[in-house]
Design a protein. Sequence first.
Length: 154
Amino acid sequence: MTLKVGDKIPAVLGINQDGIEIKASDYAGKKLVLYFYPKDSTPGCTAEACNFRDNFYELRHAGYEILGVSVDSESSHKKFIEKQELPFPLIADTDKKLVETFGVWAEKTLAGRKYMGTLRTTFLINEESVIEKIIGPKEIMTKEHAEQILDMIK
C-alpha cells in the first residue's frame, strides 16, 4: 500500500525518540510536515534536519508542526536530536511499517551496489490528517527544504 495525495494518514504513526506512541490525532487541527529521511547523523540528513530546526518558528507560524521519520532506533534519534538541538520529534520506524505504508522504502543504488532504503520524501498533511502534497526525492534540496515548503504554502 502506498499513500497518495487525498489519502488519510494512519491513526498510529509510531514511537518517538522517548518511546512515546505518536498518533495522527496528536496533530488534529494542525497541519503537519511529515518528512522521511534515510539516516541520522549523515551529511544530507543532518543538513535537512538543521534546516527544519532553523526554520521551525516560521513553519509553526504558517501553521505546521514538524515530524521526522527514519528507520533508526529511538536511542539514535535521541542522540541526533540532542547533538543538533532539534525542536521536533523523530519517529523510530525500526519495523519499517511507516516507510512501507507511505511507499518510501525502496531499492536504491550506491556505487553500483543495490540495497533497500528510505527515499527522502516529504508529505504535507492538512488539519484533517489528509495528505495534500508529496515532495519527492528529486525535488528536495536538503539545505533549503524548509524554505522550499514555505514557498509552496504561500
